[in-house]
Design a protein around this ligand. Sequence first.
Ligand code: 1CP
Length: 341
Amino acid sequence: MTSPADSPFLLACRNRPADRVPVWFMRQAGRSLPEYRALREKHGMFDIICTPELAAEVTMQPVRRLGVDAAIFFSDIVVPLKAIGVDVELKAGVGPVINPPFRTAADLDRLRPLEPGDVPYVAETVRILLGELHVPLIGFAGAPFTLASYLVEGGPSRTYARTKALMYGEPDTWTELLSALADITSAFLRVQVEAGASAVQLFDSWAGALGPDDYQRYVLPASAEVFDGLADLGVPSIHFGVNTGELLPLMADAGADVVGVDWRVPIDVARERLGAGVAVQGNLDPAVCLSPWTAVEAKVRDILDRNARRPGHIFNLGHGVLPETDPQVLRRIVDLVHALG
Ligand code: 1CP
C-alpha cells in the first residue's frame, strides 16, 4: 500500500505531481448508499456520530464501495456546537435547527471554548479508522460564517437576511461571534488531526451569499484564524464554499492549500483566478450524476481537459452527493478519472 504521504490525494493537496488524479466526493457517506440508509433505520444521526464503531463503519462504507482516494470523517458541522451545549437538532429533510436562535450580544454567553474532553468519540473514531483505512482521512468542520448562519437563522436559510442584519447592524457582536466560532472550529479540527487525520476541509458552504468586500471585512479574518491555528500541525487544508466564484482568491488568502470550486466556474478559469501556487478541488455538478452516463462522461472529460494535467487537482463534485444518486454512477466516475487522469 502507498504510505499516506505519497498518496495521490496528499500529493495533489501539496500541488505536487501524482501518478493519477485523486478523487473523492463531498457527502460520499450518507443517504445515497443503501448500507447507510439501513444503519440509519436503527440509529439516529447523533447516535452514529457519537458511537465510534458506527461512525467508523459509515466513514468506511463509501471507501469500500466507490474506490475513492480519501475518506472523510463522518460527523456534521453542528457537532462541536452540540458538544458545548447549544440546543441543536438535525431535523429529517430540513437540516440543523437551533432553538432559540442567536440574535443578540447576550446570546454569546451560550458559547464556550471546546475542550477535547467534550468530544471523546472523535479521537476514538479516528483511531479505529487508522487501523482500517489505506487512504488518507480528511477531518472537517464548518467555517465561522456558515456556523453563524445556522445559529442566527435558527436553521437553513435562502437569504441569510437575519445573519446579514446582525453582521451590518451589530458589527462588534458579529466579530465576537465569529471569533468564538473560529476558536471552536479550530479546536475541533485539532482533535481530529492530533488523533491522526491527514488533511482538513473547512466547509464555508454558504459564504457565497456575500460579495468580496463584505467577505474580506466580516468573514475572512475569522476563517484565517482557523487556518493559522492549525499551521503548527503541518497537514494540508482545503477551503470550500458554494457560489464562491468571486471569492476564490480571498478564500486562498485565508490560508488554505486547496480551494474547492463549484460547477459555476470552469476549473481552468478558477485556476487562473487562484494562481499557480494553489491546488483546486472540484467541480462536477452533483445534478449531472442523475443524467445518462454519456452526459456524465462528457462532463468528467471536460473537467479533466480544462485542468490539462496540471498538478494540484483533486477531482470532486462542486457540492455534496445528492441523496437520489445511484452509487454505481459514482463508482464509474472514480474509475473514469483514474483511467484518464
Ligand atoms: O438523517 C440523515 O442522514 C441526515 C443527513 C445528514 C448527513 C448524512 C446531515 C444533516 N449531515 C450529514 C453528515 C455530514 N454533514 C457529513 C458527512 C458525510 C460525508 O461527507 O461523507 C458532512 C461532511 C456534513 C457537512 C455539512 N453539514 C455541511 C457542509 C457540507 C455541505 O453540504 O455544504 C452542511 C452545510 C451541513 C448542515 C446539514 N446537516 C444535515 C443537512 C441536511 C445539512 C444541510 C442543511 C442545509 O441545506 O442548510
